[in-house]
Structures are given as structure tokens and as C-alpha cells.
Design a protein. Structure first.
Length: 251
């Protein structure tokens, strides 16, 4: 098995194109997307079209859900962006058939995907769409015990945009600490956050994704023209300038 796992694209076309090119350069055909294809970024239609075309499995993220229904728990900037995104999906980007295809795709996204020992979600094993699992949650033993109790072996997730691996010993291992490669430990469960393609928040503005193999996973960082994406955001009144600033800074 060798599959690429991506998450949290957030309408960032340049980032997605860069990551897909990097995946292609390794000859990987199997691509899982853990959700949040849209929201925040300036190219929701184009990103959806690429994910529809390229992904083997795609899950529902909270921003994908927010575009279809009323967004809950969003801050004002995120809410404005999701209403703008909803308008873009309905009123721009092609024929009625193309528009309906995007909505139909969003409307049928599952919340969870299981493949033998592996669980794939956007948020967490307990709340697949909305629950955040942050690195500092290793100090919340009750929360982590409940989450690990729902895992057979490994869980892949996104949502926080902060990559790394939670292991059963209540430890969070950053990609740098693992030298970007995590080897599965015998008889130990883990949760891995695959990071974000379109809006990293770990201080590194490069796109992040993971390649999963039978005995290990590898974190990859991919450079792209984030100034181009940021400029699109700055030129869109309904998207806060902060959204452009943060992709250049990785925060």
C-alpha cells in the first residue's frame, strides 16, 4: 500500500496543484482527502473539481458542511468566507451541470472511512467533522483515552492544520522530531494529523501532506506561490486580508 493523504485545502488552488504535482512525481495514484476542500481561499470551484477528479476517497470537513448548511461555531471572518464560497459555488465556475456536480459531491461526502486497521476522519474519532485534537491535548488524559479507545490501530485526521503524531503514551511527535518519517510501533495505537495543504498553521508556510505505507508514514512539505494566492484574497472584498497574511506566514 502507498497512498497520499491530504487535508484542509481551503480553496487554495496553487497549493493543491503543487501538492498534486509532488504526489504525481512519486507515482502515487491513491489519494485520500480528509475534508475542508473549500472555505477561506479564493478558488473553491477549481479545488473541488480537482478533488473530484483525483481523489479515491474524500471526507466531509466542517467548512464543506458549512457551505451546504448554516455555519456553526465559525468566527466572523470564517463565516463571511463561507458565505462568499457558497455564492461562488452557486453562481460562478461553469455550466449548471458543473455546478450541480460540485454540490452533489459535497452532499454525498461521508464523515468517516475505515480500511481494516485504519480510520480516516476530518476532526477526531469521536466527532469526525468538528472536534479538534491539538498537540496540547496530550495533557488531557481523559480526552485522549476516549479518543484512543475508538481506534483499532491508526487514525488519520486534519482540522487543526498542525501536523504530527499522537502515540498511545500520550506523546505528540512533530514531523521534525521524527525526521519526517514515523514507523508504526508494534502494539501501539496512534493518531496522525496530516497537516494542511492550503493553510498550514505550524509556522511553516509550505503545504503539508502525508504518504502512508504499510509500515510507516512520511510527512512532505511542498513550496508553492503563496503570494499569488494571497493577492487573490486581497482582491476579494469578502475575504479578510488576514487570510492572505496567514498563508504567507504559516500561522
Amino acid at each position: 500500500m502507498k497512498r497520499a493523504i491530504i487535508s484542509d485545502i481551503h480553496g487554495n488552488l496553487e497549493a493543491l496543484q503543487g501538492v498534486l504535482a509532488h504526489i504525481d512525481s512519486q507515482g502515487i495514484k491513491d489519494i485520500f482527502c480528509l475534508g475542508d476542500i473549500i472555505g477561506y481561499g479564493p478558488n473553491p470551484c477549481e479545488c473541488l473539481d480537482l478533488v473530484i477528479e483525483r481523489s479515491s476517497v474524500c471526507l466531509l470537513g466542517n467548512h464543506d458542511q458549512g457551505a451546504m448548511f448554516d455555519p456553526e461555531g465559525f468566527n466572523s471572518g470564517a463565516e463571511r468566507a463561507i458565505f462568499w464560497t457558497r455564492n461562488q459555488l452557486e453562481n460562478s465556475g461553469g455550466s449548471r451541470e458543473q455546478i450541480d456536480r460540485r454540490w452533489d459531491f459535497l452532499g454525498t461526502l461521508p464523515r468517516v472511512f475505515r480500511d481494516d486497521l485504519w480510520l480516516y476522519v476530518h476532526g477526531s474519532p469521536r466527532n469526525p467533522v468538528n472536534e479538534y485534537v491539538f498537540p496540547e491535548d496530550i495533557y488531557n488524559q481523559k480526552k485522549m483515552e476516549k479518543l484512543f479507545g475508538l481506534i483499532t490501530k491508526g487514525c488519520f485526521q486534519g482540522h487543526t492544520h498542525v501536523p504530527g503524531v499522537f502515540v498511545g503514551s500520550l506523546e505528540f511527535i512533530t514531523p521534525e522530531q521524527a525526521n519526517h518519517v514515523f514507523h508504526y510501533r508494534p502494539d501501539e495505537k496512534f493518531m496522525v494529523n496530516v497537516g494542511s495543504v492550503g493553510q498550514p498553521r505550524d509556522g511553516d508556510p509550505r503545504s503539508c501532506y502525508v504518504v502512508q505505507e504499510d509500515d510507516k508514514l512520511t510527512f512532505h512539505r511542498v513550496e508553492y506561490d503563496n503570494n499569488k494566492t494571497a493577492e487573490k484574497i486581497y482582491q476579494t472584498p469578502d475575504l479578510d486580508n488576514f487570510l492572505g497574511d496567514r498563508i504567507k506566514e504559516g500561522r
